[in-house]
Design a protein. Structure first.
Length: 465
């Protein structure tokens, strides 16, 4: 019995016993001794995907040619329950499958085992886990503007851009998406600065409420950065005059070492002792980000998870050691901060997962009652007006009440305003108005922390004769 070495990307593949040797081919007795199942890594996706996505690709890499299967049940034998197969690239080291029927607010787990060409199977699962966002839009649900607000002349706000960071090597296609704060239609181009209708011929598909916009892009290649420039138009015809950019990259296929010399270091740096952690005091404006590694390494950090080391832009200012630090400035009160760290050692071994350093800056205690502004109506209403809407804006979420008697305490006011979802716009309908009369409504508000206005603001108007 003979086995033949074929060099394929640094990995030794076997040929069956009946094959004949060609000139220059070499018999390898070592190949018979392969009893090790494939090493699996570069699991994708992880973290939280954009809300509204109903399908995605799951993928992983192996350090040798293999075939891989998966299940939604943990602990299944390779052939007994794992009926779902990954597709593989030509070298059989990158494996991907499409999963569908995803729903918002759910977490998904896929348990993967692989088998190499010698039949060595993984005896344990490796898990690909991710979630789908719980809200279609970070803008919240859409609330139509009040009829008294006048015509809409503002173009849509855009956010929740997906994807970002780095997609795994071998990714051929993906969905891009964004959300808007109001019903709209959106288009995109690979060129920046294009007029809405002149060049932007590619359209996003919109969800039923026209707040989530998605499109499939294909033909992606490794080691490339992709940029898509989007503009939107709301149902009143207001168009964005500037681009927003959806940007991501596709990684290198050389993700796992196929072989190593005996005694060679193939382990990436271990990271520990992160700081700061927890809540930082009010008025903290800058901090030093710190961590340690178990060997000399160079560390980088990003504010987005899942980016490969090569593509992270920020390097620690003090690194290439076992202690790493860098200064972070322009912090704000009441904010949460997360930094994702990856390091590389002197042998070139890189972390393939994120090490999170997270903290928050405490918000100052709120002891200030709401500021009231934008009182309406004012002046003289048209003769014959019998009904109108009084309204007031507040600078923070609040509840507002009114009285026709000056100096009434908030808790004693019986008449309440309705409010918008953000609780910053407050309105009430007033009926039974008569020509020639002047009306005064005294308004007080209370914020969500219980701070109550101790003085009145007055909404005063009259009805003409």
């Amino acid at each position: 019995m003979v086995f033949l070495i074929i060099h394929f990307g640094g990995i030794l593949l076997g040929r069956g016993p009946s094959a004949e040797l060609a000139p220059g081919e070499v018999v390898s007795p070592e190949l018979e001794k392969d009893k090790t199942p494939p090493v699996r890594g570069n699991l994708f996706p992880d973290g939280t995907l954009a809300a509204g996505l109903s399908q995605t690709k799951i993928s992983l890499s192996t350090n040798e040619p293999a075939e891989c299967r998966y299940s939604t049940l943990a602990g299944a034998g390779y052939y007994s329950i794992l009926r779902k197969k990954f597709s593989s690239n030509e070298s059989k080291t990158f494996h991907s499958a499409e999963v569908k029927k995803l729903k918002n607010g759910r977490t998904y787990q896929y348990f993967v085992r692989c088998k190499d060409l010698k039949g060595n199977k993984n005896p344990e699962d490796i898990m690909i886990q991710f979630s789908v966002g719980s809200s279609i839009s970070s803008f919240g649900s859409y609330t139509p503007p009040s009829p008294s607000a006048g015509p809409d002349t503002v173009p849509p706000l855009r956010g929740d851009f997906y994807p970002s960071g780095n997609l795994p090597a071998g990714t051929f296609e993906t969905q891009i998406s964004l959300s808007t704060n109001e019903p709209a239609e959106c288009r995109y181009s690979t060129l920046s600065g294009a007029g809405y209708y002149s060049i932007l011929r590619k359209k996003f598909s919109a969800s039923g409420n026209k707040l989530l916009h998605t499109a499939k892009v294909t033909g992606l290649r490794d080691n490339k950065i992709y940029q898509y420039f989007a503009r939107c138009q709301d149902l009143d015809g207001n168009k964005n005059s500037e681009d927003v950019m959806i940007q991501f990259s596709v990684g290198s296929t050389s993700l796992l070492p196929s072989s190593a010399e005996p005694g060679q270091d193939t382990t990436s740096p271990r990271r520990f002792n992160p700081s700061p952690e927890g809540d930082l005091p009010v008025q903290t404006r800058k901090i030093t980000l710190n961590l340690e590694t178990d060997e000399i390494a160079t560390c980088k950090y990003a504010t987005v998870s899942g980016i490969y080391y090569e593509y992270i832009q920020h390097t620690f200012s003090n690194t290439n050691a076992t202690s790493h630090s860098t200064l972070i400035t322009t912090l704000s009160e009441g904010q949460d901060y997360k930094y994702y760290v990856r390091c590389i050692d002197e042998q070139g071994n890189k972390n393939m997962d994120d090490f999170e350093i997270s903290f928050s800056v405490k918000a100052p205690e709120d002891v200030t009652p709401p500021v009231r502004r934008g009182l309406n109506p004012t002046g003289v209403l048209a003769a014959g007006t019998t009904t109108t809407t009084i309204s007031v804006w507040t600078n923070e979420p609040a509840y507002c009440r009114y009285s026709t008697e000056q100096g009434t305490l908030y808790k004693s006011m019986r008449k309440r305003f309705s409010q918008n979802k953000k609780k910053t716009y407050h309105y009430a309908k007033i009926k039974g108005l008569e020509d020639g009369k002047t009306y005064d409504f005294f308004v007080r508000c209370k914020d969500l922390e219980g701070n109550t206005d101790t003085g009145d603001v007055i909404i005063r108007f009259s009805v003409g004769l």
